[in-house]
Design a protein around this ligand. Structure first.
Ligand code: GLN
Length: 492
C-alpha cells in the first residue's frame, strides 16, 4: 500500500486489527517517508528506526493474539522534551546534545504500554522557549506548507512531522501556546489539556506551573485517541490531578453544538497586529458553528493587555529556577578545561545554552531577586489570579470561548523578529496556561499565501471532551482538516 499515511488513527487501528497491513509494514512505510522527505522538512532530531521495527513486531504479535490496545502498532513521534530511556533527549539544546535519560517520561511509558511505535524524537525550540522552533540547537524545521516558513513553536517538529505525513500523530507540550500555535501554523488539530490532566513526569521542565503535554494530529478524532492513552493521574507528578479520565473517543459526539454558547471576547478581535486573513477565516469558522446551531455571545476579557507581561515574568522566573540544574557537573554539557568550579559553571552554562534561553534566565533571575521580587514576581502572580477570574466570570455565561490561536500565519524562517515582537505573537495563547484551562486549535482555512489559519476554542476546566467533540463535529461538516500540504502528497 502506498497511501497508508493517509489513513486516520481509527482507520489504522481497524486496518491493523483486520490484518489489512501489519504494524511492521506501516512502520516501514513511515520510516521510508522520513528517510526521503524529512531531508527537506527537518522535523526529526533522532529517528529510532531499528527500535521502531522491534516495537512493531511486538505490536503485531499482540494484535494477532487478539488482546492488543486499540492503538497498538500505530507509529508516533515524541517531542524531544519527553525523556526516552536509552534514546537521546535533547530539548533542542546543546546542553543536552548527548543526554540519554535513564527512564521514560510517563507519557512515553503510557504510549509504549499501549503498543504505540516510537518513530523518533522531533525538533523544538530550545527548552521549549520560542514560537518558531528556530532557537533549536539542531537548526530550523520547515513548515510543510511552505518550507521557507517556520512550523511555529515550540512543538514545531511535532507539527511539521504530522503535517508532512511523517508521523500520524505526535506529542507536544504547551507552556504558553506551544501545541496550539504550531498546530495553527501547520493546519493541524492540537489540544492543550487542563493543567494536571497529563503527567509532567519526565517532561523536561520549562515553567512547571504552566507546562502541559498533549496530542497533535490531523483531526479531533485522532487527538481523542491519543488523549485516551496519555491522560490520567500519575503519582510521580504532584500536580497531576486524581480525577476520572473521560473516554474522549466515545464522547466525540457527546456535546451538542446546537444551543452551544460561544463567547467572543471583544478585546481579542481588536488586537493590533491581528492579520486580516486570520480574522476573516476565524470569523467564517464561527459563522459555520453558528449555522450548526451555536449562539455567539460577545464577552469581555478585560485583562487581555496583561497576558504578555504577566507570562513573560512568571515563565522566565520558573525557567531560571528549573534550568539552574544544568551546571556542567551531573549531566549535560560541560566546558573544556575549566580553571575552577566557578569557571566550570559559568562556561558550561554560557556555552551550553543559546541566546533566548540565556535571555530568559536573566529576566527570571532578575524578577526573583531580592528587592524586585515583590514588584515583579509577586505582582505577576496577583495579576495571574485576576486573569483566571476573568475567565471564570466569562464561563458563567458561555460554554466555550473562541479566539484565533495566533494573530498571524507562519513567519518566514530567519524573519528575525525582536524578542518583544515574538512575545506579542503569543497574545492569544498565554492566558490559557496562566489560568490552567484547556484549549484546542482547529484548522479553518488559509491566508492569501496558502498558509493555514487556526481557530482556538478555550474551555472551562476538564472540558477536553467537550472541546474535542465540538471540533469533531465542525470537522464532520467541513474539510479543512483533510487538506494536505504538497510535500505530504509526495510518495516515498
Ligand atoms: N512561545 C511561548 C514562549 O516562548 C510559548 C512556548 C511554549 O508554550 N513552550 O514561551
Amino acid at each position: 500500500m502506498t497511501d497508508l499515511h493517509r489513513l486516520s488513527i481509527r482507520e489504522l487501528s481497524e486496518g491493523l486489527k483486520q490484518a489489512q497491513f501489519s504494524s511492521r509494514e506501516l512502520t516501514e512505510h513511515y520510516l521510508k517517508r522520513i528517510a526521503k522527505i524529512d531531508a527537506k522538512v527537518k522535523s526529526y532530531v533522532t529517528v529510532t528506526a531499528e527500535q521502531a521495527l522491534v516495537e512493531a513486531d511486538v505490536a503485531d504479535a499482540a494484535i494477532k493474539s487478539g488482546n492488543a490496545h486499540a492503538l497498538a502498532g500505530i507509529p508516533l513521534a515524541h517531542k524531544d522534551i519527553f525523556c526516552t530511556q536509552g534514546i537521546k533527549t535533547t530539548a533542542g539544546s546543546k546542553m543536552l546534545d548527548n543526554f540519554i535519560s535513564p527512564y521514560d517520561a510517563t507519557v512515553v511509558a503510557k504510549a509504549k504500554a499501549a503498543g504505540l511505535v516510537t518513530l523518533g524524537k522531533v525538533n523544538m525550540d530550545e527548552f521549549a522557549m520560542g514560537s518558531t522552533s528556530e532557537s533549536s540547537y539542531f537548526g530550523a524545521t520547515g513548515n510543510p506548507w511552505a518550507l521557507d516558513h517556520v512550523p511555529g513553536g515550540s512543538s514545531g517538529g511535532s507539527a511539521a512531522a504530522v503535517a508532512a505525513d511523517l508521523a500520524p500523530i505526535a506529542t507536544g507540550t504547551d507552556t504558553g501556546g506551544s501545541i496550539r500555535q504550531p498546530a495553527s501554523f501547520c493546519g493541524l488539530t492540537g489540544l492543550k489539556p487542563t493543567y494536571g490532566r497529563v503527567s509532567r513526569f519526565g517532561m523536561i521542565a520549562y515553567a512547571s506551573s504552566l507546562d502541559q503535554g498533549g496530542p497533535m494530529a490531523r483531526s479531533a478524532e485522532d487527538c481523542a485517541y491519543l488523549m485516551n492513552v496519555i491522560a490520567g493521574h500519575d503519582a510521580k507528578d504532584s500536580t497531576s490531578v486524581d480525577k476520572e479520565v473521560d473516554d474522549y473517543v466515545a464522547n466525540l459526539n457527546g456535546t451538542a453544538v446546537k444551543g452551544l454558547r460561544i463567547g467572543i471576547p471583544k478585546q481579542y478581535f481588536n488586537v493590533a497586529g491581528l492579520d486580516a486573513d486570520v480574522k476573516a477565516r476565524v470569523e467564517e469558522s464561527l459563522k459555520k458553528l453558528e449555522e450548526m446551531g451555536a449562539t455567539l455571545v460577545e464577552i469581555d476579557l478585560n485583562m487581555t493587555e496583561a497576558y504578555v507581561p504577566t507570562y513573560y515574568l512568571i515563565a522566565p522566573a520558573e525557567a531560571s529556577s528549573n534550568l539552574s540544574r544544568y551546571d556542567g557537573v551531573r549531566y549535560g554539557y560541560r566546558c573544556e578545561n575549566p580553571k575552577d568550579i566557578l569557571d566550570l559553571y559559568k562556561r558550561s552554562r554560557s556555552e551550553g545554552f543559546g541566546a533566548e534561553v540565556q535571555r530568559r534566565i536573566l529576566i527570571g533571575t532578575y524578577a526573583l531577586s531580592a528587592g524586585y521580587y515583590d514588584a515583579y514576581y509577586v505582582k505577576a502572580q496577583k495579576v495571574r489570579r485576576l486573569i483566571q477570574q476573568d475567565f471564570l466570570k466569562a464561563f458563567e455565561n458561555v460554554d466555550v470561548i473562541a479566539a484565533p490561536s495566533a494573530p498571524t500565519t507562519a513567519y518566514k524562517i530567519g524573519a528575525n523578529l525582536s524578542p518583544t515582537e515574538m512575545y506579542l505573537g503569543d497574545i492569544y495563547t498565554l492566558a490559557v496556561n496562566l489560568a490552567g484551562l484547556p484549549a484546542i486549535n482547529a484548522p479553518v482555512g488559509f491566508d492569501k499565501d496558502s498558509l493555514p489559519v487556526g481557530l482556538q476554542l478555550i474551555g472551562n476546566y476538564w472540558s477536553e471532551s467537550q472541546l474535542l467533540s465540538i471540533v469533531h463535529q465542525y470537522q464532520q461538516n467541513t474539510d479543512w482538516h483533510t487538506k494536505r500540504a504538497a510535500i505530504a502528497e509526495e510518495n516515498a
